[in-house]
Ligand binder design. Sequence first.
Ligand SMILES: [Zn+2]
Length: 216
Amino acid sequence: MNTNYIKSDLFSKFPEIEHGFGNAHAVWPVDIILMPQKHTNNVVIVDELPVNYIPVADAMLTHVHSVMLGVKTADCLPILLYNPKIRIVGVIHAGWRGLANKVIFNAVEKLCTFYNAREEDTYFAIGPGICKKCYEVSMEVFDSINSIINVKTAFRKTSKNKGLLDLSSIAHKELEAAGIPGANISNINMCTKCSKGFHSHRAGSKERQVSYIKIL
Ligand SMILES: [Zn+2]
């Protein structure tokens, strides 16, 4: 992997996994497993190689070594997860629709029910996505997330019908509401729109960058 993949300091402490958040120049790994992302709350368990078919989903989990799980984004948040106790990795695609659809809650629930993982043993890294200065949304968008979880502190109204939304702060809130300790959550804090070198849907890009994680 090259320098076009940004590393999380938190995840770099674990030598048994490999991960990265790609920028626009990152070459997509040939063996990456991608899901047909549709802003759903579907979570898929990938339990063997080769992987022939992945249904529509916005989160994936695996315990299988060498399976490289990937997530494509261009303003939405790529979120990686790792549980070192039972060696499970996962990816989550979280834009406002995914956050409103509870994709984070579903991923944590599946991790705990299917794999018997404990929330306090699981680590999350939130990757580059659109920042709170760049992401203007309608009141309808705010209302649909705020009906799931109180996100008033992650929204700053700019006009009668619009405001600026802080996606990564909402993801952080949802992770904590799902039982993940705040100390287990790290954030890359890079914006796909106002930092250079990323594909940004809002900035007019039609392409996406890829992020990945795998157990070695
Ligand atoms: Zn920005």
